[in-house]
Ligand binder design. Structure first.
Ligand code: ADP
Ligand code: ZN
Length: 754
């Protein structure tokens, strides 16, 4: 839509909440017809030159002709955004209460050198000689070549016949030939050399042996039903939503692949989001074996150079299927026809630092803007999405109640930690768990031990009855403040004295909760000295390859143990894992956050799903102080439906999402008093501004009160009218006069309130 209109609306790439609209600039005649929506330009702004993005064209402006300045020059005429992405940016900016400049940055190519050099990144592209056979020349010449004498040349030709084109280095190394033979083939024009941009090979090069391809699999009736439902809506230009609620191992990937095949037939593109690609190498491996180079990965763990190359490929329309983490959502895919959100419930979809968006919800919005289908998949859907799937128009719930491969039902067992005498028996690796581990390892099977890191010892639990003291007003657990010997509610500031006596059963058996992963590792090493033991947590997997290495080692044939946090819960599809042990699932139940029941349900179900995936029977042992709690019961019965019902009821009673939206407002700074003062002031100003139907709780010290020298206070707004309240809060913040050094963080729809 190149245009000859006189004025342009330009978004400016600066970060300030106050600048939340486009500015009018004049399009000088010599630039007319050269720019489009999404083109990148340089414009005068205040006394500087700033980067701007063209968001629209018009014949008239409401500003005085004299005030309007000219666009200085074009930085890049090929648009980086289209109108749909602009609409998305506007929505994100308003919904998440963030400056458009910050939201806009999410959509820019990675690795830019400086502001004004838009498309000349720091990244150097690498080129390499690529060698292939000239089949025609070879056909003509073959009778004349005496391969008895040119044995070494024949090796090259045979290699290239078998494997197609390769790089020079690889060819020489793998064909067993030499450079002079290659040269003579080049001289005879039997092979062709081209300079090709070298694709960087990423660490997700994790090929899983023995994975079945789609044409080797007979889909079951549930899968067929899902595929029919989804594929019949692809390419219709309609916004529709699907939630596949399929137990772990139910073969959801096959459904995604079938949908992507349909997309390719229609010459459209698909985006497949996964919470952490590095943890689901199988997903990529499966897609790659099906689609080859038509699929590309894009995620934040890749180096800047890798990401930039991918970004270019996507921008140039070279990739048809993009698998990635949340940042992939913002790549410039044109002709997008389908978005898939695997493991929809995962809190990693939420960006937790800069713009606090949830890519799941942003994806849904984008699908709405583009009028395309969006598919959510999970064994343990989030309460919010599950609720909407039962309620909204054109949001279909598709259930798969059984595993695709295994005929065996998982056996689930509880170890009641209250009954264990702490003086006589270890409560970390109980006798029951130890015996089960030994049995499975003796059969050459593998064991996963899951420990929850999010459990830390600032809440208390009774070792006799499993009670966790909670604030009567918020129904959220009290935090223990050792210095004051008190239990404090981090939501409403109510407090009570901590005596060590359990308020529920009267016994003096309260203790601080928490066991570290290293402790578990060292215990296992003494108990199983001859078994390979691997540990996987964020400390161990900081380097790019390390976690893949750990997984490969663990997946190698033979008995072994993998200990891990959240990370091991996701995606692993290793056939020989027959036992999953959960050391402590109570840790999270004690956290002062209404999401916790849901998180525990999800995590334990997901990690249990790692056992018995193929032909062997799987078992799960869960150690808990709270075997009677409803969450644990529903987990043991594998009854997501009942869990969901119960949780929905509780949330309704307390007015938590999905019956409201929550906005967490955090003030942080290094001077304790000033943070507290600002918190009180912001609380009162927000309180006055919000309307009936919204409430504000707080202000209170945040559960993580001090992070990295920064004190944190927060307040929570619950609202039934998110858009209206969001606007009100945005105005309050714009007017708010805070201490300069303090920061205000707004988190709309938080996934943790910590
Ligand atoms: P999910 O993502 O639902 O947990 P996956 O898609 O990873 O499950 O599938 C689990 C395993 O089942 C994979 O190894 C896959 O190849 C296999 N599988 C999928 N569908 C079928 C089927 N219809 N018959 C046999 N095996 C299947
Ligand atoms: Zn409270």
């Amino acid at each position: 839509m190149k245009t000859a209109k006189k004025y342009t609306e330009v978004y400016i790439d600066i970060r300030a909440l106050k600048i939340d609209h486009a500015f009018d600039y004049r399009l000088p005649p010599e630039l007319a017809g050269k720019v489009d929506i999404g083109s990148i330009v340089l414009v005068p702004f205040k006394n500087r030159q700033e980067i701007g993005y063209i968001a629209g064209f018009k014949d008239e402006s409401s500003f005085n002709e004299k005030q309007i300045k000219d666009i200085s020059r074009i930085l890049n005429s090929k648009p980086v955004f289209d109108m749909a992405r602009f609409d998305l940016i506007k929505w994100m900016s308003s919904y998440y209460i963030q400056p458009p400049g910050s939201v806009l940055k999410l959509f820019l190519p990675p690795g830019r050198k400086s502001k004004s050099e838009f498309m000349s990144p720091k990244v150097k592209l690498k080129f390499k000689d690529h060698i292939r056979l000239d089949e025609t020349a070879l056909g003509k010449a073959s009778s004349k070549i005496n391969f008895k004498r040119a044995h070494s040349q024949k090796k090259i030709i045979d290699y290239l016949k078998k494997y197609g084109g390769v790089s020079r280095a690889k060819l020489l190394k793998e064909s067993g030939s030499n450079a002079s033979s290659l040269k003579s083939l080049i001289d005879k024009s039997l092979v062709i050399i081209e300079s090709k941009r070298q694709k960087r090979n990423f660490y997700y090069d994790f090929r899983i042996e023995g994975q079945q391809k789609s044409d080797e699999i007979t889909l079951n009736k549930y899968q067929v039903h899902c595929i029919d439902a989804i594929n019949s809506r692809i390419g219709k230009g309609e916004f529709c939503k699907f939630l596949i609620e399929g137990v772990t191992g139910s073969g959801k990937t096959e459904i995604y692949i079938a949908a992507c095949k349909k997309i390719i037939q229609q010459n459209k593109k698909a985006l497949v989001l996964t919470p952490e690609i590095s943890l689901t190498p199988q997903l990529f491996s499966r897609f790659e074996s099906e689609f080859g180079s038509r699929v590309a990965v894009y995620h934040s763990n890749m180096s800047e150079a890798e990401r930039y190359e991918r970004w270019l490929d996507i921008w140039n329309g070279k990739v048809e299927i993009i698998i990635g983490t949340r940042s992939a959502l913002f790549t410039p895919v044109s002709g997008l026809g389908l978005i898939i959100i695997d493991e929809e419930h995962d809190p990693s979809y939420k960006e937790g630092t800069r713009v606090r968006y949830n890519s799941r919800d942003v994806a849904m919005k984008l699908a709405g803007i583009l009028n395309i289908p969006v598919v959510f998949g999970s064994a343990t859907p989030s309460v919010e999405i599950r609720y909407r799937a039962g309620l909204e128009d054109d949001f279909s719930l598709l259930k798969i109640p059984m595993k695709a491969q295994s005929k065996h039902k998982l056996s689930r067992e509880i170890v009641d930690l209250r009954k264990i005498d702490r003086a006589k028996e270890d409560t970390v690796i109980t006798r029951r768990l130890f015996t089960a581990m030994r049995e499975e390892l003796e059969k050459e099977n593998k064991v996963i031990i899951f420990i929850n890191r999010r459990g830390f010892s600032n809440f208390v639990i009774c070792s006799k009855c499993g009670d966790i003291p909670k604030c009567p007003a918020c129904e959220l657990s009290f935090n223990y403040h050792r210095d004051r010997g008190r239990l404090i509610c981090h939501h409403c500031s109510r407090e009570t004295r901590f005596t060590g006596i359990c308020p529920a059963c009267g016994e003096k058996n309260m203790f601080l909760y928490g066991t570290g992963i290293q402790k578990v590792e060292s215990k296992l090493k003494t108990r199983f000295p001859d078994i390979p033991i691997y540990r996987m947590d964020s400390d161990m997997t900081s380097t790019k390859k390390s976690h893949q290495d750990i997984l490969l080692k663990f997946a190698a044939p033979g008995k072994s143990i993998l200990i891990g946090t959240q990370m091991v819960a996701k995606g692993l599809d290793i056939g020989d894992v027959t036992l999953v042990g959960v050391i402590n699932c109570d840790g999270m139940l004690g956290l002062p956050d209404y999401h916790m029941n849901e998180r525990v349900y999800q995590l334990i179900t997901q990690v249990s799903g790692r056992a018995g995936r193929k032909h062997k029977k799987g078992r799960v042992i869960v150690q808990t102080y709270r075997p009677d709690s409803n969450v644990i019961k529903h987990i043991m019965d594998e009854n997501y439906g009942l869990f969901y019902k119960q949780e929905l009821g509780d949330r309704k009673e307390l007015g938590y999402p999905p019956f409201s939206n929550i906005i967490n407002m955090i003030i942080s700074g290094t001077i304790e008093d000033r943070v507290k003062n600002d918190a009180k002031k912001l609380f009162s100003e927000t309180g006055k501004a919000i309307k009936a139907g919204s409430t504000i709780l707080g202000p209170a010290p945040a559960p993580f009160y001090k992070i990295n020298k920064f004190y944190r206070w927060h307040m929570i707004v619950k609202t039934g009218k998110i858009d209206e309240t969001g606007n009100i809060i945005s105005d309050v913040i714009k007017q708010f006069k805070k201490y300069k050094e303090n920061r205000i963080i707004i988190d709309v729809d938080p996934v943790w309130i910590l």
